[in-house]
Design a binder for this molecule. Structure first.
Ligand SMILES: [Zn+2]
Length: 553
């Protein structure tokens, strides 16, 4: 037995990516200069195959053809929103354990909504507006970056970058050196908050003032990258399922950013165009130089999130040419990033992991037009009907205090005063939900708090549930959503929202396409196993062995 163990240990040591890096003086830790985590906001796993023929050879194709690609990576919880998704990727956990239960959620004791990155105790750095008062203080689990820092007393640098504050802040984690996000409107600046730093470093100031840089990104006419015939994976350009930019009648190319910006939030417009992704890569490259990332013996981590894909998905839908085009252009930005990394650190001498914070649903109005089962939901009228129903049973009163994210919050103080049984009322609400043709299922907080859910979707509700959640959580029927008749959204537990890509690429990673099931909560432990560091505190996933079959020299 002893020999088997020794044999196994030496085999594992041999298979480890850096086992041979220092003969006779083996380093316990990865000798790799930099890890880049890429989150593509709202990227569905099928975009890899759907747009494959139109991608260049050096972006997504390079990652997939030379890296390890998990084709069936799933979110194992609901709600599939941006804040929770970014937190899940980097904590290897779910809202039940990492504290990020939605983008905005209702706080009972304050009787108001809060935002997943808002923090009234900090001030903006580089902005005086409320958009600077952000931090990761709601995050109650460590991230990959936190663990990396703990492995060497903080010598690794960790930086988060995204147009969206939550896309930069939650991945980087609480002990990060800095997170930077983009303030649109009339400002057009990269900013941070006093959680991390007192003043912006010189390289950020230089980037921000570099002759009105944000303006230069608006000097662009967004047209199709490729000939029209390349877009037959998408709908015709002029269709009724897209939201036109303000001030235009049709949602069609070309989109002249400079003239559109006046009615579409000035620099805010950049967030909903491919220029937003270009801006993100430009800033990321400036950060690598400015922060001297990957220059010493301690591995650094850059957490990048591409937010613009999400804005375009919401506005134009997943079947639009705008959506296809922004992915073809993101492909070129990723190619540019890889090329720069090769130059800075040596070819493939880094690790990339890529995933998405959630996927996205087909536009219900378009789907139902094609005889699909789909539709819309109005939570306000549902809440009013529920209130009336409860009044009929229990008498006059304000029984429902909040309905948000398909969570129903009952007036617990009132119920206590009336000496009524909370669980019994929760059950009545569940019955009311079950009588609604557009609701799939509903669960009481009492049942979810007990655990032991066995139904597939109840388990997803369970892993998204915390004591911040409502008294009853309900799931709409597949392809039903609360949204306007054009564009689309996400948030459900269904595959169109939960199925995302997971790619690992770089030093010593072998090519592999893995069809088996992986969960987003496996991403962080996979990266940590590669780096030979501890797993994040609330991690519930496991390293994906099939993606860590490493190259031998
Ligand atoms: Zn998102």
């Amino acid at each position: 037995m002893k020999y088997v163990v020794i044999l196994l240990v030496s085999l594992l040591a041999f298979l480890h990516p850096f086992a041979q890096s220092k003969k006779g003086n083996e380093s316990k830790r990865a000798q790799i200069p930099i890890v880049i985590g890429i989150t593509v906001d709202q990227m569905r796993a099928d975009y890899i195959d759907r747009f494959w023929n139109d991608y260049s050879n050096s972006g997504f194709k390079r990652l997939v053809q030379f890296g390890a690609f998990s084709k069936n990576c799933q979110y194992n919880y609901m709600p599939t929103f941006t804040g929770p998704g970014h937190a899940a990727i980097y904590t290897g956990s779910t809202p039940a354990y990492n504290g990020i239960v939605a983008n905005d959620w209702f706080v009972r004791k304050l009787n108001k909504m809060t935002y997943c990155a808002s923090d009234s105790t900090v001030v903006g750095v580089g902005t005086n507006s409320a958009s600077g008062k952000m931090s990761p203080h709601y995050l109650c689990a460590t991230t990959i970056g936190d663990e990396l820092k703990m492995s060497n007393d903080g010598k690794s640098k960790v930086i988060g970058i995204a147009l969206k504050d939550r896309g930069a802040i939650l991945p980087a984690g609480r002990t990060a050196d800095a997170a930077y996000w983009f303030v649109g409107g009339s400002e057009g600046q990269w900013v941070s908050s006093s959680w991390y730093i007192e003043t912006l470093p010189d390289w950020v100031n230089t980037f921000n003032i570099n002759p009105k840089f944000a303006q230069s990104y608006l000097k662009e006419i967004w047209n199709l990258l490729l000939p029209e015939s390349c877009y037959d994976e998408s709908m015709v350009d002029n269709n009724p399922y897209e939201i036109p930019f303000k001030g235009t009648i049709r949602p069609t190319f070309p989109h002249n950013l400079d003239s559109l910006s006046k009615l579409n939030g000035q620099y805010e417009l950049l967030k909903a165009t491919p220029q937003g992704n270009k801006l993100t890569v430009d800033f990321a490259l400036a950060a690598i130089d400015g922060e001297k990332l990957g220059q010493d013996t301690f591995t650094d981590l850059l957490c990048l999130s591409f937010s613009a894909t999400d804005y375009v998905g919401h506005q134009f839908g997943i079947q639009s040419r705008e959506l296809q085009d922004i992915y073809l252009r993101l492909d070129l930005e990723i190619a540019r990033l890889l090329n720069e990394l090769d130059k800075k650190f040596g070819k493939d001498n880094y690790l990339i992991f890529l995933s998405a914070d959630h996927a996205g649903a087909p536009t219900p109005s378009a789907l139902s037009k094609q005889k699909g089962s789909a539709g819309y939901w109005n939570s306000d009228s549902f809440e009013m009907a529920l209130e009336t129903h409860l009044q009929e049973i229990y008498g006059t009163g304000d029984w429902v205090i909040n309905e948000s994210n398909q969570n129903i919050f009952l007036n617990r103080t009132f119920i206590r005063e009336k000496k009524l049984n909370l669980f019994e009322i929760q059950e009545k609400v569940v019955q009311f939900c079950n009588n609604n043709a557009n609701i799939q299922s509903a669960y009481t907080a009492t049942a979810l708090a007990k655990g032991n859910q066995t139904d597939f979707f109840a388990q997803k509700a369970q892993l998204g549930y915390s004591n911040e959640s409502g008294d009853v959580i309900y799931i709409l029927k597949p392809n039903f959503m609360e949204y306007g008749p054009q564009g689309t959204t996400h948030g459900s537990p269904f595959s169109y929202d939960s199925h995302v890509p997971f790619i690992l690429y770089g030093k010593n990673i072998s090519h592999k396409t893995y069809q088996g099931l992986t969960h987003v909560s496996d991403i962080a432990p996979t990266v940590c196993a590669y780096l030979n560091i501890g797993f994040p505190s609330a991690c519930i996933g496991n390293p994906v062995q099939q993606m860590l079959t490493l190259k031998r020299k």
